[in-house]
Unconditional design. Sequence first.
Length: 417
Amino acid sequence: MLAALYNTSIRLYQATLQVVAQFHPKARLAVAGRQQWAEQIKAKLAGNAAPIAWFHAASLGEFEQGRPVIEAFRQRYPGYKILLTFFSPSGYEVRKNYTGADFIFYLPFDTPENARQFVQLVNPSIAFFIKYEFWYNYLRELKNRQVPILSFSAIFRADQIFFKPYGGFYRSFLRYFDHILVQNQESVDLLQRIGVTNVTLAGDTRFDRVQQVADARREIPVARAFKADQPLLVVGSAWQADMDVLIPFLNRFDQPLKVIVAPHEIHDDEIERWRSQLPGPTVRFSEAANHSSLQPFNQLIIDNIGMLSSLYQYGEFAYIGGAFGKGLHNILEAATFRMPLFFGPNYGKFQEAVDLTKAGAAFPVPDSAALETVFRRLYADSDALATASAISGDYVTRNTGATSKVMEVVKGVVTQS
């Protein structure tokens, strides 16, 4: 009965998305990318005789989280082909040309028919689901075919449906996994409480990824010239709600400070509105080459995608966007460069934000006045700034190593398969 309701809800979601696609570009991509999906898979896998390792990520963030494991798997098991699927266009459209995978597709919607056909066509030898992905029909089909299934970088909270008295159907999803590698002890305890014992506390592979990114950071001469040896605040993934807090603060702040703003999405009208509201002269990254010197400018607005993780290397402070809405952006990319972090109040679902707040390296702010108070304190007190910065960087260093723990589990599974 519950399985039938689940399948009905998936079909309703699919039908709704097709209607929404007429008006919404992202939905249109999601629908178009799944058209004739079986034919796409048949064509691209034609002639393949190698075993396939299937990795699934919901979106771009989960892909980046899983990327160290994908690359470690490829290095350790070069005889496998890697097939990567995404649920969301924000993952697929950005990483559809990722060279670390041999085949990249949208994941067809989780109906019994799709799951049966997909697994039959792909014929994976092992399957990985990154963090939050729990699809009933795919899991059941893989289990029926005795394909080893692993979840890694998973994290669970007591308010999730798995742990509710009425969550029995959803608890059954978890029992399909051969192994679940989780981020924290709370997740271990929650799973064991409902009888799921094939669990390992491995940590979060995002730490390994941000360390990789930091090690591979690129020099950005425009950013260095703009900074000009002055204190720098890097604003990463800014939404309008974040700028509503930052703009009044920056207009009141009367000490030397350079600011780089990287918007969450690039919209020219929004950027121009921010420029008109920020104090003093502001330059867009695309305009920077037109100026012989960037020192007169107070703010640099990044009007391209892809350089944020490298920009953090120039900062003494970082403000991370998204926590006035539904999702705080990646704070670890900034933390690895050893600096205090500021963000909005909706951060409770992000373990690293909770940890760094408790440790005194991150500072949630509900409004502009609160941001000003804590920022001025750190700006004026070099010892407090140094302490917060050290805590931030050490936290990332201390938590790296999850990928090797995942690969230890993989070694046993691949040996047995």
